[in-house]
Every structure is written in C-alpha cells, then in structure tokens.
Design a binder for this molecule. Structure first.
Ligand code: FAD
Length: 214
C-alpha cells in the first residue's frame, strides 16, 4: 500500500500514521510504504531518521522516493505567509538528494524496501546500476520501479525487459479530482525539456515500427 505525499502542511500526521502502520504491518515483509519528496531539503534526513526508527522498532521501512509535485504551491505559500521555503533551492539539489536517497536505501536493502518512483532516466539507471554492482537481482523483493501511466514507457519497458520489478501508477477518480493531477503532469512535461522531446521521438519510432509490422 503506497501512501502518497502531498503538501508539507498536512504531511507530519501522514508520516506519523504511516510509521505506526509500518510498525504494525511491515514486521516480516513490506506492505505499507511512505512517500518521501526529495524536493524538500529535509527529506534525506527524514529518510535516515525513518530508517533508525525501523531498526529500533524492528520493522521494514517502505520508502517510495519521489522528487515532488507541488513545488510552485509550496514556494508561493511560504512566501505569502513569510516562512522559509521547505523546497530545495534548485533542481540540482533535488536531484542530488534523490539519488543519495536511492543509494542510502540500496545500501540498507535488508531493512528498506525501496520504490524508485521517477521518470528521470539517470535516477532509474543509477538504481539499476547500484543493484547490479552489489550483485543483487533487479527483481529483489525490496526494490520496485514505477512510472505514471501514460509517461516514460521507454523507461518502464526497458526495466521490465531487463527483469526488474516495475509497474505503471494509475490514479483514477472523478474528473473534477483528476483534472488538477493531469494539469500538474502537463506542467511537468513542459519543464523536463530534452527528456520529453526524446520520449516523443521514441513514441513516433515505435508507432512506425508497429505500422510496418501490421
Ligand atoms: C509512481 C509515481 C508516484 C508518485 N507519487 C507522488 C506523490 O505521492 N507525491 C508527489 O508529490 N509526487 C508524486 N509523484 C510525482 C513526482 O513527485 C514528480 O513530480 C515527477 O515524477 C517528476 O519527477 P521525476 O523524478 O520524474 O524527475 P524529473 O522530471 O527529472 O524532475 C522534475 C522534478 O524535479 C523537481 N524540480 C524541478 N525544478 C526544480 C527546482 N527549480 N528546484 C527544486 N526542485 C525542482 C520537482 O520535484 C519536479 O517535479 C509520483 C511519480 C511517480 C512516477
């Protein structure tokens, strides 16, 4: 069960409840996963603190690592209300903490069940390379990759082809609830520059391949 993360101002009770649930349900295998948004500058430390709690209480830490989807909203609220922004100063800092988080989880894979929830090519590859370097299989029960349905099939399909445990994440619900989600994806896709263009090129290539086989 993946518990999503949303705005910082509602996250503390979500974290507390999720950790309590992990302490109950994750004793012998990982059932409950928390989500950690690494565009927050405090989440790498929180990941490490959650790991310490897992050691102390003897449960498996479920950690779904994302970069985070509410950056503009977070920054605006912090500016409007006059408190320091919880968001990293730049993309490089989010990328660094995300990849360090992936490494931390893989370095402690006996106690941490990691979900690499990302469309970032480097982060996905980095996780796979770390696993292989350690001689661990890509379908290890404590690692899973996931991309949003309709996005980055090139990453999902290649991971599946390499034998990794990977899925598409499919949000569903009434149109009025789903539209803001789709708008966030549209905004993100315009900001990812080169990667989205490359993905479109790959989709056209795949369409041509399928047509030529029909
Ligand atoms: C399976 C799955 C589940 C998800 N669940 C959640 C969830 O529960 N909660 C949630 O918030 N999001 C969730 N997301 C969305 C995720 O947080 C990202 O918004 C999205 O995946 C884009 O990030 P990326 O890792 O794919 O990498 P990229 O496309 O390389 O990075 C884009 C991200 O980098 C960060 N970034 C961009 N510019 C800056 C900047 N100037 N300063 C600081 N950081 C910057 C932002 O987080 C931005 O979304 C999920 C994504 C997936 C694939």
């Amino acid at each position: 069960m993946f518990i999503d993360a949303e705005e910082t101002w509602i996250q503390d009770p979500v974290d507390a409840l999720t950790i309590l649930m992990m302490d109950t349900f994750n004793k012998t295998r990982c059932v409950v996963y928390n989500t950690l948004q690494h565009y927050r500058h405090d989440r790498l430390d929180f990941l490490k603190a959650s790991y310490e709690a897992a050691l102390e209480r003897n449960f498996i830490l479920g950690a779904k690592l994302v970069r985070g989807a509410y950056m503009e909203k977070e920054r605006k609220r912090a500016a409007d209300m006059g408190y320091p922004s919880p968001i990293q100063p730049d993309k490089e800092s989010s990328d660094r903490d995300y990849n360090d988080g992936v490494k931390f989880c893989i370095d402690h894979i006996e106690r941490v069940a990691l979900v690499v929830a990302s469309h970032n090519e480097y982060s996905n590859l980095y996780a796979a390379e770390l696993m292989l370097e350690k001689g661990l299989p890509l379908d290890h029960p404590h690692i899973h990759w996931s991309q949003l349905y309709g996005m980055s099939d090139n990453i999902t399909f290649n991971l599946a082809h390499a034998g990794a445990s990977v899925s598409k994440y499919l949000p569903f619900g009434p149109i009025k609830d789903v539209i803001p989600y789709l708008m966030r994806r549209a905004q993100e896709n315009t900001s990812v520059g080169g990667q989205t263009g490359r993905e479109l090129g790959l989709i056209s290539k795949e369409l041509q391949r399928r047509k030529s086989q029909a």
